[in-house]
Design a protein around this ligand. Structure first.
Ligand code: ME8
Length: 506
């Protein structure tokens, strides 16, 4: 495992409030980033905003605002949401920043110098929702199937073109040589088909008279750079390219994105990088759609449940846990209030929360708040060892839902151990040796669970870590602590209320 890891998410369009679909992607990527840090890697984690293009300009106009004022406001709203959800990004890039424009111009210069850009005329469909050109065969009943509520437009204009066809062979070879390049693998087949069908040239500019809100085409002010061509470059802008230090971060280890934009990331983007003589990213990770009652969370699909409502139900950590446990990180999944409430009560309040408060209360009551320095391995330690190994395998493969599932197996096992050993009986009968052994094992298990759960619930786990009296923070302890939690002798205390049950469920 290298000591560095560079992970990105899609940069979100500045055309409205963040919704659960945006949040799901950031939470999952954050869980990967936090897990990688727990394993000792230095992680660069970049998220941000996609602020140019027709869709954003239209939203600003609808609100009667100038585009720049509009995107400034939206960026602040997204950042507030990400802070509230404990997203640990190390950078937040906005495509209206000067550093991004500088990188776009430089990459563009290299691609042009290498002879891959030409002039021509484009005639065809354009979907503003996708910010993408469409072929007749991409439409269903004359509309874009991803944005059926938006009219499709017909465009005819002089444009600049990128000779993508020249990279067809190299891309197909890349997919063959590195099948893990796109995950899940089914998506790779989709991308293969897209590339095989590619026209030789793709348009990468837009007439300024049609879309004035964009990065001006270097040395032709009648055009702006096509928003996708420009937006993808954000991943490189965040490295400081063309400053030589960019090589400390590039190639990116993982671009996390949703199903609708895999072709841009796994085909167009590597072709652009190849054209400029740069390495493609190591992996494109495509998560699924998050839906509710069959409708996708999105601005246009009219789902009324807001991110605010969902956070307010049980707090930000519970939301993080729920979506990562409920929706597999490599497949589609559904959000429902019922499932959220059921998992909250059974797994957080009655599962992990109850384990933590019972163990800490017993250490307080029977052992004056000092965790015994007893290292005899018990059946609970053996179960923990097995689970930690399986968790590592799952999380190294980024199967986050499996990691959460395994962690909660240990929660159940530890709650079972409390019943089996019945420390209250041991205390009553004065069997101090056995009491200390049982509570030491439980404190170790609780510490382990807390570290395994920390990428999912960074705030709650930190308060349990502190209540255990353990050193450092869950975000910066070494992985060795998961293998051997340093609980012996720690002075524990009662945790603050962890997962309160409210009237709704009682
Ligand atoms: O596509 N479930 O921006 P965006 C899961 N700006 N993921 C979802 C989702 C849902 N219901 N709805 C949206 C863009 N997403 C471009 C990206 S990257 C250089 C430019 C995901 O605001 C979506 O698939 O429409 C994408 O990965 C991300 O949220 C941003 O979507």
């Amino acid at each position: 495992m290298s000591d560095r890891f560079y992970i990105t998410t899609a940069i979100d369009y500045s055309n409205g409030e963040p919704h659960l679909g945006h949040a799901y992607e950031k939470i999952g990527a954050d869980c990967v980033a936090r897990y990688r840090r727990l394993r000792g890697q230095h992680v660069s984690f970049v998220i941000g905003m996609d602020e140019h293009g027709q869709k954003v300009a239209q939203s600003a106009e609808e609100q009667g605002t100038e585009p720049q004022a509009w995107v400034d406001d939206i960026a602040a709203r997204f950042q507030t949401a990400w802070r509230e959800l404990s997203i640990s990004n190390t950078d937040f890039i906005r495509t209206t920043e000067t550093r991004h424009r500088r990188t776009v111009e430089e990459l563009f210069r290299r691609i042009r110098q290498a002879g891959h850009i030409s002039e021509g005329v484009y005639e065809g469909y354009y979907c503003v929702g996708c910010e993408a050109f469409k072929l007749e065969k991409d439409l269903v009943d004359g509309l874009c199937p991803i944005h059926p509520t938006r009219p499709i437009s017909w465009v005819k204009e002089p444009n600049y073109f990128f000779a993508v066809g020249r990279f067809r062979r190299a891309l197909l070879d890349l997919y063959d040589a590195r099948p893990e390049f796109v995950q899940p693998t089914a998506k790779l087949n989709e991308v293969r088909n897209v590339v095989s069908d590619w026209a030789d040239d793709q348009t990468i500019s837009v007439s300024r008279s049609r879309v004035p809100w964009g990065i001006p085409w270097p040395d032709d002010p009648s055009h702006v750079v096509y928003v996708w061509f420009e937006a993808l470059i954000n991943y490189l802008s965040a490295t400081g390219y063309p400053d030589p230090a960019f090589a400390d971060m590039w190639p990116a280890d993982m671009h996390v994105i949703g199903p609708d934009i895999v072709r841009f990331h796994a085909a167009l983007w590597p072709a652009m990088l190849m054209a400029a003589g740069l390495e493609p990213p190591r992996q494109v990770w495509c998560h699924g759609w998050i839906t509710t009652q069959g409708a996708r969370f999105s601005k246009s699909a009219g789902v009324r449940i807001t991110l605010r409502d969902i956070i307010d139900r049980h707090g930000p950590d519970a939301l993080r846990y729920f979506v990562l446990r409920e929706v597999p990180w490599n497949a589609d999944g559904n959000f429902s209030w019922d499932r959220f409430d059921v998992r909250y009560t059974a797994e957080l309040a009655d599962g992990y929360g109850n384990l933590a408060s019972r163990v800490l209360a017993m250490v307080g009551r029977y052992l004056q708040g000092r965790i015994p320095d007893r290292a005899e391995p018990t059946t609970l330690d053996a179960a923990g060892d097995e689970i930690v190994a399986a968790y590592r395998t799952a999380m190294d493969r980024h199967l986050l839902h499996e990691g959460a599932d395994l962690t909660w197996k240990l929660v159940d096992r530890a709650n079972g151990f409390v019943e089996e050993r019945a420390p209250w009986t041991l205390a009553k009968e004065g069997r101090t040796g056995e009491l200390e052994e049982a509570l030491a094992a439980l404190a170790r298990a609780l510490a382990r669970i807390t570290l395994l759960a920390s990428p999912f619930m960074p705030t709650k786990t930190q308060s349990i870590w502190e209540a255990l009296g353990l050193p450092g923070t869950v975000a910066d302890v070494p992985w060795g602590y998961v293998e051997r939690p340093p609980t012996g002798g720690a002075a524990s205390r009662k945790p603050p209320p962890l997962f309160p049950k409210d009237e709704r469920e009682s």
